[in-house]
Design a binder for this molecule. Structure first.
Ligand SMILES: Cc1cc2nc3c(=O)[nH]c(=O)nc-3n(C[C@H](O)[C@H](O)[C@H](O)COP(=O)(O)OP(=O)(O)OC[C@H]3O[C@@H](n4cnc5c(N)ncnc54)[C@H](O)[C@@H]3O)c2cc1C
Length: 395
């Protein structure tokens, strides 16, 4: 593994750093954590993605004909690292850029790519993921939402749940059952559904953070043109899994974990504990050292994946390792932040005594959700043990 950058890569890093310094809106740097559905914030987030895209820094790895730069993974890593260092906000169109976009490049028709990819990049169209259903989460292939092909249209009936961002999404990539008689993995198809279609009802669900980050989505005789089918009819499981692998990598971002950890270090240096900076307290130092070792181990795992990718080796179970390790680590980092803050850690965002704009309690609750979303830790462990270590399947 070569951990150094070439002079060209270092020059590229300088260029990215200087661009971010000039272009990142000041107010974004310290914006509050989530605020789902706040129209002004939505607009600001879309503007930020557009600006970043215009500079060539969004979806850099995509082929040029679909709006990417055909950039190599090292360049993409450099951009991610620099955005992290600048504490830049995330991208509002992440599910489009990281999940359905790459899936369309792999499995979509040329018409689908031309129609959807440009608007994913510019945040003109926001996407949500319609996989989970009541009773079908970890056992996703048991899903029941039915799509019947009548002429040139699918008629969709059923319900999705935990659908993040559905309340403001323009499109959903959705798994539906098209052949109820086939074995469960072989009767599923992958559809692109316009969220404005008649027959769709979205009901926000309030999470423990107090935000409605996800939703229930009901379908009643929703008509979806056949041209919105991705991949072959009844072969949606294959397409769905490609999207899932992209999702695990998105949720398992090393740069995001480092960003949270850097925030914890700042907190520990500025908060007092027993009359001195929390970072000087031996118990807290021990916790910080333990977390730092895990963050560093995760970073080197990411370098190993990067090397695999450069050498065009198959990715294996790396995405599951990433997802498992980073989501649990993010939650543990937030837990130490709450320990440092003591009773201040229980304050609601609206309190005037709140520390760090109320980020930490939200982070603690939100990161617990990410241990579950995108496939729980137990499911990732099953994948790692069965597909990675060759262990036998449990009963
Ligand atoms: C914040 C958040 C956002 C989400 N966003 C979306 C979204 O946008 N779109 C979407 O489609 N879904 C979304 N989800 C749903 C998510 O994918 C599911 O919650 C997840 O797959 C688990 O399914 P479940 O909730 O039905 O739990 P269950 O599958 O019922 O699992 C319950 C418990 O049993 C364990 N378990 C189940 N099966 C096994 C097994 N075989 N071996 C060992 N343990 C097992 C699980 O690990 C878990 O602890 C989101 C969830 C969260 C929390």
């Amino acid at each position: 593994m070569d951990l150094s950058f070439t002079p060209e890569q270092e020059a590229f890093r300088k260029q990215v750093r200087s661009w971010i310094k000039t272009n990142m809106p000041k107010r974004e740097r310290d914006a509050p954590p989530m605020e789902f559905g706040n129209p002004e914030r939505m607009r600001a987030m879309k503007d930020w993605q557009r600006t970043l895209y215009a500079a060539g820094y969004v979806a850099m790895g995509w082929p040029q004909e679909y709006g990417g730069r055909g950039a190599d993974v090292v360049q993409q890593t450099i951009v991610s690292e620099e955005l992290l260092l600048a504490r830049a906000p995330g991208l509002i169109g992440m599910m489009g850029i990281q999940m359905v976009g790459p899936t369309l490049i792999q499995f979509g028709t040329e018409d689908q790519r031309q129609r959807y990819l440009p608007k994913i990049l510019t945040a003109e169209e926001i996407w949500c993921q319609g996989y989970s259903e009541p009773g079908s989460g970890s056992d996703l292939a048991s899903l029941k939402t039915r799509a019947e092909l009548v002429g040139d249209e699918f008629i969709v009936n059923g319900q999705k749940v935990w659908t993040s961002n559905a309340q403001f999404a323009d499109w959903m990539f959705c798994l539906v059952r098209t052949d109820p008689a086939a074995p469960k993995h072989r009767g599923i198809s992958y559809l692109l559904i316009d969220m404005q279609s008649p027959g769709i009802t979205v009901r926000p669900l309030i999470q423990m953070t107090g935000d409605a980050g996800f939703n229930e989505v009901f379908f009643e005789d929703v008509r979806v043109p056949r041209r919105n089918l991705v991949g072959e009819l009844n072969q949606g499981w294959l397409v769905a899994n490609a999207t899932l692998a992209h999702e695990r990598n998105m949720l398992g971002s090393t740069t995001r974990t480092q960003q949270i950890f850097n925030g914890l270090i700042r907190l520990a240096q500025t908060r007092q504990r027993h009359g001195r900076a929390a970072s000087a307290d031996p118990v807290i130092r021990q916790r910080l050292a333990d977390l730092m070792i895990r963050v560093e181990a995760m970073k080197y795992h990411a370098f190993r994946q990067l090397t695999d990718s450069i050498k065009k080796r198959p990715p294996g179970i790396g995405a599951s390792v990433n997802k498992l390790v980073s989501t649990e680590l993010n939650h543990d980092i937030a837990a130490v932040a709450l320990e440092i803050m003591g009773s201040y850690g229980t304050l609601a965002r609206s309190s005037r005594h709140v520390i760090d704009r109320g980020v930490w309690p939200i982070e603690f609750m939100f990161t617990l959700g990410l241990v579950i979303g995108g496939g729980t830790s137990q499911i990732q462990k099953n994948i790692i043990s069965e597909r990675g270590l060759g262990m036998p399947r449990g009963a």
